[in-house]
Design a protein around this ligand. Sequence first.
Ligand SMILES: O=C(O)C[C@@H](O)[C@H](O)C(=O)COP(=O)(O)O
Ligand SMILES: [Zn+2]
Length: 284
Amino acid sequence: MPLVSMNEFLPKAKEKKFAVGQFNINNLEFVQAITEAGMEENSPLIFGVSEGALRYMGMEYTVAMAKAAAKKSGLPIALHLDHGSTFEVAMACIRAGFSSVMFDGSHHAYEENIRLTKEVVRAAHAMGVSVEGELGTIGGTEDDLTVDEEAATLAKPDEAIRFWEETGVDAMAIAVGTAHGMYKGEPKLHYDIIEAVASKIPVPVVLHGGSGVPDESIKKAIAAGAGKINVNTENQVAATAAIRAALAKDAEVIDPRKYLTPARSAMVEVVRGKIRLFGSNNQA
Ligand SMILES: O=C(O)C[C@@H](O)[C@H](O)C(=O)COP(=O)(O)O
Ligand SMILES: [Zn+2]
């Protein structure tokens, strides 16, 4: 199957109240692990690619790996730019074969965010590519950018609803109390904000910073209207722990396959668990 737009599966997720996981890819082992878990669980998948990961992997390798995963698995897979910062980077990704993009204008003033997001939506939709927009400031570290969790600002429901009405984005990321990276304490999610927005717009709310959020909180967020949930750090933590253990067990090891195989297996377990928790199993 070719790469697909998120509109192949997000409307169904919204209607049936499950969430599709965006699992960020950082190298081949991430792609393999996420695809393997998706195949085992028969789940739609979103490969998230941050600008930093794109620089690391290279555009051609990124698109080629995602296309190979979609072809091999037969699953509906969207290759999605994560936190795209400019119109230009979004267009470069679309030209190279991405089927979905996020334009993150949350660091701009509200009206400017709407204006810039609208430009991306107009161009992307003309090419059948889905778009995610963002409102509010999500705390923690995303790629190279760190936002103090105290300084993060929650989205205002009336602003989020008007943002959707003006832009027509296919998925609406709003700051509701989650943060990128692992949490120091337990995150306090604002389900009322998710509900207030999701009940008034026809597209799902997106939860960024899905790593380390307790299962019960995830279930409540999905019930309130979260239909796309982003996970990156938990896969990084699991993979790195497996590599550290493999190296500690055998100080002589030099063959990368010897430590990357357990890293990949650890990520399969993480992704399989998230797919089941999000309820996207058997929804491909
Ligand atoms: O940091 C990245 O490279 C990706 C994240 O911003 C992603 O969009 C996300 O929200 C995942 O959050 P995490 O699970 O807390 O890493
Ligand atoms: Zn994010």
